[in-house]
Design a protein around this ligand. Sequence first.
Ligand code: F0G
Length: 475
Amino acid sequence: MAEKHPFEPFRIKSIENIKLTTQAEREVALEEANFNIFKIRAEDVMVDLLTDSGTGAMSSEQWASLMRGDESYAGSRSFDRLAKVVDGIFGFNHFIPTHQGRASEGILMSLLVKPGDIIPNNTHFDTTAAHVLAREGIPENLLMDFSKDPDFDHPFKGNIDLDTLRHVLEKKSDSIPFCMITVTNNAGGGQPVSLANLQGLRELCDEFSKPLFIDACRFAENAYLIKQREKGCSKMSVREIAHKMFSLADGATFSAKKDAIVNIGGLLLMNDKQLYENARNELIMHEGFPTYGGLAGRDLDAMATGLIEGTDDDYLSYRTSQVAWLFDSLKDIGVPVFGPPGGHAVYIDAGSFLDHIPQSEFPAQSLAVELYLEGGVRTVEIGSVMLSFISPDTGELVTPPLELIRLAIPRRTYTESHLQHVVDSFKAVVERKESLKGLKITKQPSLLRHFTCDFDWVENAEIKENVEAASSLLS
Ligand code: F0G
């Protein structure tokens, strides 16, 4: 068993009760949701690892910040406070507040992406890709090949493939308005990007005169993993590393629902004055006046406090060791985990775990369903249900290389006992894994099917609607 116990550097002041359910009750909930666990009511979930986004627990200081929030329409004190904290951590010349990460992406892409443009990234998150596609651009994922192998051990499996990027830039520079990099790489196992890789990316962007934007959702976790894993960084503070990371970029999109530990909020940051002025105009049209964006004054204040707490080295030591503890504990009982542990989640290779279920019968969905049934644990499928699509070029079904489930750990929300319950649930599933069955989709919408489609066990499946056209994009 994993030896290091993650010590929670906080004590609990306010609690939210969890309804304990029986397996029979969960069976009913699953059938009512047609085996799509997005459609299960949160109240019927005992440990919810669906996402780490907006699901963290705020501190007493953050709750106090909510009370201090200044709700003035223009020039709010809370905005000034946020601006000071943002400047200290990110160091860009300008920023605007937005209601969440995808709003920042929407503004950035609407200003910079034209039809036919290519936007390189290590791996675009689904909303980022969707915003590029919405402007008829092409989201290009340039992850290192070894990073797709769940068993390959490398400290920075989020690194972008600089050689391939050079080729793309040499051939298609005119179609590339800017480059992006996502830290940590959520769509690729939650793996970090090294400072050396960011430095190399900066040099390449300079050589081809391209701006560089960081998708900074989990920048603090990335910085902490740099501190732990990159040569010469162990004595730096997380804020020093973060500052170094951002000094290599021209701007960033940020969902505060992750590393700023708030339930809602985002930022769009940049050095370029003209881009800022254009972004501000978009903001006023779609989100709100520049000193509140898409948020209330209290949200800005809670975000400022959350940014300070979310970049604290002791907090991040606990946070990453909690993820590593779950990773090690699952590995010890024979669950194939995607290694090494990343910053916010543990990913499981369900395709190899349930190798008796073919990809066409969604092994990762089957595992997610079984974990809910066994222990009321909600995870998310990141496999053929979510990611497969019909190629517009060939008309053929394109499926992802791996059938994964993600166990995303909300920040400061669950203790080691909750996660031990997750491990115990897995233990029971490991013992009966040969008995797990495949699923078929019986009904699906034309887009974003993973949120709302219906499933049934293969032998019972009666196809009701539109299941041939796989969805193209995600949330
Ligand atoms: N970029 C990354 C890397 C993300 O993980 C997310 C959201 C976004 C952008 C969009 O931010 O939700 O504030 O609009 N990820 C969540 C998740 C939804 O569950 O991983 P948002």
